[in-house]
Ligand binder design. Structure first.
Ligand code: DGJ
Length: 746
């Protein structure tokens, strides 16, 4: 068993292969945290600070006995409110007669095989029957508040999941004001915070900062996880790097408004809470009703950021994403967005598709503009019928023609939104979110549908079902292009408006749950103006998400690196687009664009009719190469070969197959120098005892000032790991390298 209860010490310990997590039922029944870190056996209660630090309240029952036992200084599993802990709150409720807070004490616990599930929310599952669940029930009798703390333990994956089920055990309604998914108190350590911030077309920029005294917070109030902050963060030891040191990850399986807060308190102890954004949130529970929080995924590794990332990658691919496409080979696609934007017709699309087919593309995706009267982004969202001006014959003949070329067909939709200038809005103006008496803010000239309403969610679902039944569609790109504002639902009573944001997210999940179950063979790609909703919640349904509207490969190096700290390459939509790039104007070599896009769900987004014959030939080779490398790119273990904040002239990463038999190293030179230092790299993840043959070494678009010395054909793993290799000197704008190694037969 990986969950152990010690009745004498009253400790509950969760063990994964490399980590241990312990809690203890305190003398008065408070559930105290004792330890989360590298695997260790023991009773960690002695780590508790039992000292009167002044102005930290003591539970009434202990007065006279000690002044050194305080909720304000002891680490806890789920911090309450209004009962003696002045640090971040995790759970706060208000009764009908105004009793407010949360003072939670142990009632019972249960250890069971398998992984708990959540109601209406995505959560990790148990694909190989190894997971165990710990449920610890706590209660605040005065409020009739019960909190069931749920822990899922994946021993071999080094992952612990958490969620909370809150129940009203009283006889009158109870209003939740805050319900975090997870609270983690870390009394010791010298931590940095690594988080992923950004903006549209510049998502998930990694930033590592020191933890400060006081509160640090990231989050979103946009009812989507947003471009600005990602619901994933890492705490790492000050000295930790990619390959060494303590790292602790926290990822929310949630796509709505969220918050992650960090408080370093007066005694230097750190508290981390994460969950639904509490500002503006409330949820009323009738007697007997329960509320499930979103799930949090926790991982601790003592051996650096690379190891931590790989645990999340594997969990998302194998135990979170339910799509049959998650582990499967995906078709190479070409999307017409950057090729045509809104300006296309049947002929144009078909000619792009024909050219794409000749390049080796397998799936053609028709992006925005095929429906309603949509000729720009100001109209027609909601009118999911064919735009007869652009496609007079409808979609059927187009899809038929595309299928006849031997291509699969994909379609773009933005079903959560409505344009004011649409038949849908004219028929159902109340379906859009808006505060009565005031004009709602617009985003990209559009409004958001109120998915908290069953009839609206059903309409979205039926509309998609209608499209998927009517047309032979192989792939759907599911986009949203605004943040939600003016939160008010015509369908909720006044005292329940605080539920709206979360209800919209639940409404979305309900649609996705039904749709992906009904059309399991359809490949879905998420999108939110690029990567504005790139989170584990969406990845439970969609195996891939368009990573960013910035397709410049040099910008993508940082965006994709940041994304890769938590999310697998197989989830990252990445395309080769035209040069000069449409977002930055930068010119980059075609093969470098492909090297970067191969670190993701590989595709193209350009007009192949504008390519030279030589470029077309290179694309054919790229696609063939991608096919060859695809298992490694999809399932290989990722190693970042450069440190985050070190000054460097290149970005490099490596994929290694699970059996360490095969590896691909990719490198992009970002800053050519006049008199550069040697381009030296130590590889990672290889078997030191094995011999590796250099299968391929491609230096793409490099001007080589000196004739390079040929590299050896065979290396030992140890040589590549410890001595490394020096690549030839390369000059020019953004040359790149791919090095393929295979274990040599003895
Ligand atoms: C935003 C997406 O990120 C783009 O790829 C494209 O689909 C546009 N929306 C279409 O409006």
């Amino acid at each position: 068993m990986s969950i152990v209860y010690d009745a004498a010490a009253r400790t509950l310990t969760l063990h994964t292969r490399e980590s241990s997590y312990q809690m203890q039922i305190g003398p008065l029944g408070h559930l105290l945290h004792t330890y989360y870190g590298r695997r260790a056996e023991g009773d960690f209660r002695s780590l508790h600070l039992l000292k009167d630090v002044g102005f930290s309240p003591v539970p009434h029952e202990l007065d006279g006995e000690t002044r050194g036992w305080s909720l304000d200084t002891l680490p806890q599993e789920l911090s309450g409110a209004n009962s003696g802990d002045f640090r971040l709150t995790s759970l706060c409720a208000v009764t009908a007669d105004g009793r407010r807070g949360g003072s939670l004490r142990y009632v019972r616990h249960e250890i069971r095989r398998g992984k708990y599930a959540l109601r209406g929310l995505p959560a990790a599952f148990d694909p190989d029957g190894e997971a165990e669940t710990l449920s610890v029930t706590l209660a605040d009798e005065a409020l009739g508040l019960e909190a069931e703390l749920l822990y899922g333990v994946y021993e071999s994956r080094d992952l612990i999941t958490r969620a909370v089920r809150v129940t009203n055990r009283g006889s009158a309604p109870l209003r939740l004001e805050k319900a975090a998914s997870c609270c983690l108190d870390l009394p010791f350590g010298d931590w940095d915070l690594l988080h992923f911030h950004g903006r549209h077309a510049m998502e998930r920029q990694p930033e590592r900062v020191a933890v400060m005294n006081g509160v640090q917070r990231i989050g979103s109030g946009r009812v989507s996880s947003g471009h600005q902050h990602n619901p994933f963060l890492i705490l790492c030891d000050k000295h930790a790097n990619e390959d060494a040191g303590d790292c602790l990850g926290l990822m929310l399986v949630y796509s709505g408004s969220f918050e992650m807060e960090l408080e370093q308190d007066q005694m230097g102890s750190l508290r981390l809470t994460a969950g639904i954004k509490s500002e503006g949130f409330s949820w009323t529970l009738q007697p007997g009703e329960s509320f499930d929080t979103p799930e949090a995924l926790l991982c601790f590794r003592h051996d650096g950021l690379n190891a931590l990332s790989r645990r999340y990658h594997r969990l998302i691919r194998e135990a979170l994403c339910r799509s049959r496409w998650s582990g499967a080979e995906r078709p190479v696609l070409l999307n017409n967005w950057e090729a045509t934007y809104f300006n296309f017709d049947h002929r144009k699309i078909l000619s792009i598709a024909r050219e794409a087919k000749e390049l080796g593309v397998e799936l053609f995706v028709l992006d925005d503009g095929w429906f309603g009267r949509r000729s720009d982004d100001r109209s027609s969202l909601g009118d999911w019928f064919v735009n007869r001006e652009k496609l007079p014959g409808g979609l059927e003949p187009l899809i038929r023609d595309i299928h006849a070329l031997g291509l699969r067909f994909g379609l773009w939709v933005e079903p959560e939104m409505v344009s004011e200038n649409s038949e849908l809005f004219r028929a159902h103006p109340d379906w859009a979110l808006a505060v009565p008496g005031r004009l709602p803010a617009l985003g990209r000239s559009q409004l958001a549908l109120d998915l908290s309403r069953r009839e609206v969610a059903d309409w979205v679902f039926e509309t998609l079902v209608g499209l998927l039944r009517r047309y032979p569609i192989d792939y759907i790109k599911w986009d949203i292009n605004r943040s939600l504002t003016d939160l008010y639902s015509q369908a909720l009573p006044a005292d329940r408006q605080g539920e709206l944001a979360h209800r919209c997210t639940l409404g979305l999940y309900g649609i996705l749950e039904r749709l992906t179950a009904e059309f399991p063979e359809v490949l879905f790609e998420g999108c939110a103006g690029g990567g504005g909703r790139f989170d584990a919640g969406m990845l439970a349904y969609f195996p891939q998400i368009w990573c960013s509207d910035d397709t410049d490969p040099i910008e993508r190096l940082t965006i994709q690196r940041g994304t890769g700290y938590g999310y697998p390459l197989s989830a990252v939509g990445a395309h080769v687009s035209a040069s000069p790039n449409h977002q930055t104007g930068r010119r980059t070599p075609l093969d470098t664009r492909a090297v970067v896009a191969m670190a993701g769900g590989f595709g193209y987004e350009l007009d192949p009719g504008k390519l030279s014959e030589e470029e077309k030939e290179r694309i054919r080779v790229q696609i063939a190469r991608f096919r060859e490398l695809s298992p490694l790119l999809r399932e290989g273990d990722l190693y970042r070969l450069t440190e985050l904040d070190e000054p460097r002239d290149f970005e490099a990463w490596q994929l290694v197959s699970a059996d360490r038999g095969e590896s691909l190293m990719s490198l992009v030179l970002t800053h050519p120098r006049a008199n550069p230092r040697p381009l030296h790299l130590r590889l990672k993840g290889l078997d030191p005892a094995a011999r590796y043959r250099v299968e391929r070494l491609d230096l793409f678009d490099a001007f080589l000032p000196e004739k390079p010395e040929p590299l050896p054909e065979i290396y030992t793993g140890a040589a590549l790991l410890y001595a490394g290799l020096t690549l030839p000197r390369m000059m020019g704008d953004y040359p790149s390298v791919q090095l393929v190694l295979k274990k040599a037969e003895d």
